[in-house]
Design a protein around this ligand. Structure first.
Ligand SMILES: Cc1cc2nc3c(=O)[nH]c(=O)nc-3n(C[C@H](O)[C@H](O)[C@H](O)COP(=O)(O)O)c2cc1C
Ligand SMILES: [Mn+2]
Length: 487
């Protein structure tokens, strides 16, 4: 059964001993951030702060901040389970014969049931505040780090509609609170929200925006999913939950919002309006410097009678977003493999904050294959940001750092095997020569072939013979050698 809303997820985590209610009063200014940071880095539980200074609403944080909770939120026990479920749809062949057809029915019915459905009345509209009643100061919005420019809404589902295609997009873009009814809108250039905004700017039209805060976990997660523009995040959420996301018409905007959300902000972004946003302690572990971004004017706040404010903090990894990033990596791997079939596995270490390092194992089949893979990655969606791509042969264990270093460093002739390219880089990259533009590096650490101009002999890896290993295994207890760790 899908989680109906945020509360049902909070309750489920609590039942499983994965959530702690904090009853002591704490400040949303830096204090919650410090507690949440220690909790995530120490492998602690999700947190529900029940008494937050200056607000009547509780704050939920770190709900996704472990692999276990992330899986819990997607209602799976391992990412392999997801692969199997997706496999059915990706490899959808016409069922052969009666029995196969029969077996396919539940799956196909399941698919039909996951399209968002419209409802007429909704918990997220139990309370409606407009005009002077709009006051973001009533929300327990965190100020996360000492040099932050102010409080930031860090886990918003920003809902917009394309002016031409009329397709809805949902993206998680942070929002700096300027005053009671104005915030920043930090959709970066390359993101779908920004793309739609450019459409309104061309037409010099006001853009309606709705922001949902706090939903069932699959819906929240779908806002960070790097779907191709035009593909519906709400549909993905429905597919992940196995149940449609109920949507309701906004009170004051022509947009549909998740009916079960805790809080919804409705308003608009004006074409051309920009305001200084930041600094903000970002997921690079450094402050993103101030820069001009669009401005969101809040005309209405609709909410539940007793909403929970859902949030997160980003900062020096590992942080909650690292676990969400891992889920993106695992959930999208089967799709990536369809597009770039030589990819056997990929791994984005959390220290690489998604875009700085991608390690990829390939099944190398032709000369230059590793380089082809790099360029395919640089040419695909948000993977274009990958600042460093390391390609290894499929027998390397990508997650064993020591094995990886050894294999990569022994396999390269640096001048020959490292390729630099220029192109778009992540807007948060502060080291690139220009904002959003810089260089990227690909390392071909696969075994080199003679067809690639490598005419020397590539040596075999040293491995003891099976027979000797087995004989020593049986002799070992009698040898009187004690070891301090497993060799
Ligand atoms: C906690 C968190 C905060 C994020 N903040 C931003 C942000 O401020 N701006 C941004 O462009 N992307 C941000 N992202 C990444 C986007 O949500 C992500 O790239 C997503 O795919 C964007 O949706 P879109 O593809 O529909 O544009 C954030 C992700 C997470 C997990
Ligand atoms: Mn999108």
């Amino acid at each position: 059964m899908a989680y109906r809303n945020l509360s049902s997820f909070v309750e489920a985590l609590e039942r499983k001993g994965e959530l702690v209610r904090v009853t002591r009063e704490v400040s949303p200014r830096l204090e919650i951030a410090e507690i949440a940071d220690r909790a995530v880095k120490g492998g602690g539980p999700a947190l529900l702060f029940e008494r937050v200074a200056g607000s009547s609403m509780p704050v939920a944080i770190n709900l996704f901040a472990s692999r276990r909770r992330m899986l819990e939120s997607l209602e799976i026990t391992s990412y392999a389970e997801w692969d199997e479920r997706l496999e059915f749809f990706l490899d959808a062949k016409t069922p052969d014969g009666f029995l196969e057809k029969l077996k396919a029915i539940p799956r196909v019915t399941e698919l039909a049931a996951v399209f968002p459905k419209k409802v007429r009345s909704a918990p997220c509209q139990e309370v409606i505040e407009t005009g002077d009643a709009v006051d973001l100061g009533k929300l327990p919005i965190l100020t996360c780090w000492p040099q932050d420019a102010g409080p930031f809404i860090t886990m918003p589902l920003v809902i917009t509609r394309d002016p031409v295609s009329r397709k809805t997009n949902v993206g998680m873009y942070r929002m700096q609170v300027y005053d009671r009814n104005t915030t920043g809108m930090h959709w970066q250039k390359h993101k779908d929200g920004a793309g739609q905004a450019r459409g309104y700017e061309r037409e010099r039209r006001r853009m309606e925006v709705a922001v949902a805060i706090g939903c069932d976990p699959a819906t929240v997660f779908s806002a960070i999913a790097p779907l191709p523009p035009g593909l519906s995040e709400f549909l993905l959420a429905g597919f992940l939950r196995g149940e449609a996301v109920p949507l309701v018409e906004g009170e004051t905007v022509d947009l549909q919002v998740p009916a079960e959300a805790e809080i919804v902000l409705e308003g608009y972004v004006d074409p051309g309006e920009r305001r200084l946003e930041g600094p903000f302690g970002d997921h690079t572990g450094f402050y993103s410097l101030e820069d001009d971004f669009p401005v969101f004017h809040v005309k209405a706040v609709t909410r539940r009678r007793s909403p929970i404010y859902m949030t997160t903090i980003v900062g020096r990894p590992p942080m909650e977003d690292g676990f969400m990033g891992e889920a993106v990596e695992r959930l999208f791997l089967p799709l990536v493999k369809k597009m770039i079939p030589e990819i056997v596995d990929m791994y984005l270490p959390v220290e690489g904050i998604f875009h700085n390092l991608m390690i990829v194992g390939i099944d190398k089949r032709f000369p230059g294959h590793a380089r082809k893979t790099m360029h395919a990655i640089w040419g695909t969606g948000q993977m274009m940001f990958s600042k460093t791509i390391v390609i290894v042969d499929k027998d390397v264990d990508l997650r064993n750092g020591r094995e990886l270093l050894w294999r990569v460093l022994t396999a390269i002739d640096p001048e020959r095997d490292i390729e630099f390219v220029h192109g778009p880089v992540d807007e948060l990259d502060f080291a690139s020569r220009l904002p959003c533009y810089g260089s990227k590096m690909g390392i071909d650490a696969t075994r080199k072939w003679k067809e690639e101009g490598f005419t020397r002999r590539w040596p075999d890896q040293i491995v003891m013979s099976r027979e000797v290993q087995e004989r020593i295994d049986s002799l070992w207890p009698s040898l009187g050698i004690s070891l301090s760790r497993k060799p």
